[in-house]
Design a protein around this ligand. Structure first.
Ligand code: PRP
Length: 211
């Protein structure tokens, strides 16, 4: 019997898009489309088991080998630097990490810049490369509030459509890095389930080329 391939997908719209790519690749699991609150689905015929994980947790499942492969954003990989292989850019979930602030903000480079973010590691590397002293204010969400109520001078956050910034009267001052969804693999699974993993990757790559 073939060994099950365990795949962690991020719960939500991105995960659903990713699943449909895996489905097209021949790794379908029809029960996943049932409307219920189950989080684990398997299809023995295709030897595949999917989990819906919290997006920021996918890399944890993969790093520890609970999932053999997974789909996660480049933002998570840059922020947490999990010890996994990054195998493929799925070219979905495209957005960017950017520095934003109120339109009248000017960095006079005096004193410490207050930076609110969920991505402390990314923000630290970005400003340390510029030799700018910062004070990170780590928040868990709704980052856009911070400059508006003067909790911070700037934010480092994800911008997709730009609507959240616009509606909170903030503007982009600099792009930090482009983000998209990536397929990652556990290092030992990549060795021991190599055939199955390579098969998924080859088929996903083909779909991306055809885009
Ligand atoms: C993300 C990000 C921005 C928003 C950007 O937030 O942190 O707030 O999406 O999207 P837009 O440019 O299309 O408006 P998310 O919905 O993940 O929530 P949170 O960060 O507030 O938890």
């Amino acid at each position: 019997m073939k060994k099950m391939l365990n795949i962690a997908l991020p719960k939500g719209r991105l995960g659903e898009k990713a699943y449909s790519m895996f489905e097209k690749a021949g790794f379908e699991c029809p029960s996943i489309k049932e409307n219920n609150r189950k989080l684990i689905f398997e299809n023995e015929e295709c030897a595949v088991r999917y989990f819906w994980a919290k997006p920021s947790d996918v890399a944890i499942y993969v790093e520890r080998g609970a999932a053999d492969i997974g789909v996660t954003g480049k933002d998570i990989l840059l922020e947490y630097e999990p010890d996994v292989y990054e195998l493929l850019d799925l070219k979905i979930g495209k957005c960017k990490m950017a520095v934003a602030a109120k339109a009248d903000f000017r960095d006079k480079r005096i004193g410490t810049l207050r930076v609110a973010t969920k991505f402390s590691n990314i923000a630290n590397s970005y400003y340390s490369a510029k030799g700018r002293d910062i004070d990170i204010i780590h928040l868990n969400g709704s980052i856009e509030i911070a400059p508006v109520i003067d909790l911070s001078d700037v934010i480092v956050d994800i911008v997709e459509t730009g609507t959240t910034l616009k509606e909170n009267n903030l503007v982009v001052f600099d792009d930090v890095v482009d983000i998209s969804a990536r397929v990652i693999a556990n290092k030992s699974s990549f060795k021991f389930k190599n055939k199955q993993i390579e098969k998924v990757i080859a088929s996903l790559s083909k779909q991306i080329e055809e885009l």
